[in-house]
Design a protein around this ligand. Structure first.
Ligand SMILES: Nc1nc2c(ncn2[C@@H]2O[C@H](COP(=O)(O)OP(=O)(O)OP(=O)(O)O)[C@@H](O)[C@H]2O)c(=O)[nH]1
Ligand SMILES: [Mg+2]
Length: 270
């Protein structure tokens, strides 16, 4: 099986530096590693790469010959790579037997959001090299977050739990718990106006048939006024965190208080 990492992130976030550090680390522990540079704008590479898109196409040449700026030129390069995927496959095939791959990608967001070539390149590699991509943000979950959730779920010791991401620890930690007697308004008041949070709420209600029921809601709170960085970190770490929370019945994504109104919960739970 082939192992490796596809390194993506905003421009200047440290992708190339990370590939360099990771390849040194892997070499030190005796692992064969192949760094694949797929960013034609990466100049002065700090690592020795096994495959370099520059061998296929050069950004400066595209920019001058097609009269394109750096972003348009980059899109052109990715389209060109997609059309010449055989070139990349032929380079990777012999390495795939025993090398660990590190793919260093460009940072331009349009490559991932409004353009298909990058996705198509990865899909084709997935098939030809038999890769099984998994997404991870590298975020951890503090043990206390897991135990506090279990207390809410199994022992009903909390009405709600508010979690936040501690960027220094790179972990999801408990910010606040509410005791079972607290109201829904108390819960809403615990969500900050201009920052993101995750929360779980144990919603007790009585059905039309007069049955007492209880459903656990997961709330991904991401108000419009939060910093872009916070929105990104919370969005990319959500699935990782959700995997730790067994037994959630419903999930609500809220960007303002109306989306997490008590009536919304009632409607979903009914
Ligand atoms: N302080 C700090 N600086 C870093 C870190 N990682 C990278 N840098 C610096 O950030 C700058 C950009 O790093 P790169 O590794 O080139 O980032 P990149 O994501 O590959 O950038 P693009 O390919 O242009 O999108 C360089 O000056 C690095 O030295 C880090 O963990 N901490
Ligand atoms: Mg780079």
């Amino acid at each position: 099986m082939v192992f490796g990492q596809i390194v993506i992130g905003p421009p200047g976030s440290g992708k190339t530096t990370y590939c360099n550090g990771m390849s040194q680390f892997l070499s030190l522990i005796g692992r064969k590693v192949a760094v694949v540079n797929l960013d034609p704008a990466n100049d002065a590479l700090p690592y020795e790469c096994a495959v370099n898109i520059e061998e296929l196409i050069k950004l400066e040449v595209v920019m001058s010959e097609c009269s394109l700026g750096p972003n348009g030129g980059l899109l052109h390069c990715m389209e060109y790579l997609e059309k010449n995927i055989d070139w990349l496959e032929a380079k990777l095939k012999p390495l795939s037997k025993d090398h660990y791959f590190l793919f260093d990608f460009p940072g331009q967001v349009e490559l991932f959001f409004n353009h298909d070539s990058t996705k198509n390149v990865l899909t084709k590699l997935t098939k030809s090299l038999n890769l099984r991509p998994n997404a991870t943000s590298g975020m951890g979950v503090a043990d206390q977050s897991k135990t506090t959730y279990h207390e809410l779920q199994r022992k009903k010791t909390h009405r709600y739990v508010v979690f936040k991401i501690d960027e220094l620890k790179n972990q999801v930690v408990v910010e606040k718990t509410g005791n079972p007697a607290e109201s829904y308004d108390d819960f809403l008041a615990s969500l900050p106006d201009n920052d993101c949070r995750y929360a779980v709420y144990d919603f007790d209600f009585v059905t039309a048939e007069n049955c007492q029921k209880s459903k656990i809601f997961f709330v991904a709170w991401s108000p419009d006024t939060s910093r872009v960085r916070a929105k990104m970190v919370y969005a990319t770490s959500k699935e990782r965190f959700r995997r730790e929370l067994q037994g959630i019945h419903y999930e609500i994504q809220a960007t303002d208080p109306t989306e997490v109104d008590l009536d919304v919960l009632r409607e979903r739970a009914d």
